[in-house]
Design a protein around this ligand. Structure first.
Ligand SMILES: *Cc1c(COP(=O)(O)O)cnc(C)c1O
Length: 392
């Protein structure tokens, strides 16, 4: 008999009942150290007092009004995002995949507005992930996500990740509207795109006019030690998708754009019932006020260096279990030699939450305010995890 919850997930047996900082408490009382943060979502940890206060204060005043009216919390959050990024304007969504939908619509509308509606193709890369909507799965294009769901949304062309010649060639096609990529691939196995490649891509887009879309749903909001990952390369996109960390655990996403890229998005061309409601934006403002500060980001970088150094030592001590560590800031991937599912099960045995990804990688995406002590504890638990897999 089909379970009451549609069985699209293979769930681990834990049910957590409460959380505090980087810790999750299981119904039976066990305390798990959380290096997954709800898949890069809980950037300020569980039950963060500033976020609890922002949420409960707003909950007592007004939850939802719709976008038929002014929403001061939304206005304030948009102004913060505009102030701290390349963007001139923002649209709020409830998820990353909805931000992807709008990115695709905006890029196509742009070229219609410019009198070249035949420019509707979006170039994307293998190994990418852009969400589970019809546009999201068509954009990522992997067989695993698209099989059985055809016909797929047309107008996407997929290029092998890291193949500069294929990209240069594909950009010559006169129907290209935009290029979409994650500056650090997340689901694909924590694969950073080198800075010079992002620069090269920006140059190619500038030459042809194609819009550059960065999907920073996973790598944004301070995850890599900059507010947004592309800042490391010193280049800006025309359109950017944000979600996950922006709500700190409350469902919230955003699509950021330059004034030019947004030229076609006039009144009536897009909308959302919930997107950017007072409750979500009250929390989003509280997250931004903490994360988008130099002091906070400096701490992320210091902690990332501490964690990374420990992980290099871990890999060296357990060469049969781990291959290497890669990533950026507190977006780290442990490439495994054993099946990552076996390592994941062993980590659960040590009351440690990590997240599997493609390419036999385990993702480490802790709360960005994880303490030094919790980083040390994580390294101890990872060490025990590996030891349990290879008995001495
Ligand atoms: C998670 C993710 C998405 C989809 O976000 P949802 O909120 O699950 O819809 C899109 N792009 C990237 C890079 C992601 O990591």
């Amino acid at each position: 008999m089909i379970p009451a919850v549609l069985p699209t997930y293979n769930r681990a047996p834990m049910s957590f009942v409460s959380g505090e900082g980087s810790w999750l408490v299981e119904a039976d009382g066990r305390r798990f150290l959380d290096l997954g943060a709800g898949i890069a979502v809980n950037v300020l940890g569980h039950a963060n007092p500033a976020l609890v206060s922002a949420l409960t204060t707003q909950a007592g005043a007004l939850w939802h009004t719709s976008n038929l009216y002014q929403i001061p919390q939304q206005q304030a959050l948009a102004e913060k995002l505009v102030e701290h990024t390349f963007a001139d304007t923002c649209f709020f969504t409830n998820s990353g995949t909805e931000a992807c939908e709008l990115a695709v619509k905006m890029a196509r509308k742009y070229w219609t507005e410019k009198g070249q509606p035949e420019r509707h193709v979006i170039l994307a890369f293998t190994g990418s992930f852009h969400g589970r909507s019809a546009a999201g799965i068509a954009a990522a294009g992997s067989e695993k996500m698209t099989r059985g769901f055809g016909p797929l949304l047309p107008g996407f062309r997929h290029l092998p990740f890291g193949d500069h010649d294929a990209l240069t060639e594909a950009m010559k096609s006169p129907d290209v509207a935009a290029v979409i990529l994650e500056p650090v691939q997340g689901e694909g196995g924590i694969v950073p795109v080198p800075d010079q490649c992002l620069k090269g891509l920006r140059d190619l887009c500038d030459q042809t006019g194609a819009l550059l879309i960065f999907d920073e749903v996973q790598c944004g909001m301070g995850r890599t030690g900059k507010l947004f990952a592309h800042e490391w390369a010193g280049v800006s996109p025309d359109i950017m998708m944000v979600a996950k960390g922006i709500g700190g655990g409350f469902p919230l996403g955003a699509l950021l754009a330059t004034e030019d890229a947004a030229i076609g998005m006039t009144a009536g061309t897009h909308g959302s019932t919930y997107g950017g409601n007072p409750l979500a934006c009250a929390v989003g403002n509280a997250v931004m006020d903490i994360v988008a500060t130099d002091d906070f980001l400096a701490e992320v970088n210091r902690k990332a260096a501490l964690f990374r150094q420990g992980l290099e030592g871990l890999v060296a001590s357990h060469p049969d279990v781990f291959d290497f560590v890669r990533g950026s800031g507190l977006m780290l991937g442990l490439k495994c030699k054993m099946p990552n599912t076996d390592v994941l099960a062993a980590a659960y045995g040590q009351e440690l939450c990590v997240i599997p990804a493609a390419d036999n990688v385990l993702r480490l995406l802790p709360a960005l305010n994880i303490t030094d002590d919790d980083i040390r504890e994580a390294l101890i638990r990872l060490d025990r995890t590996a030891a349990a897999l290879v008995p001495a």
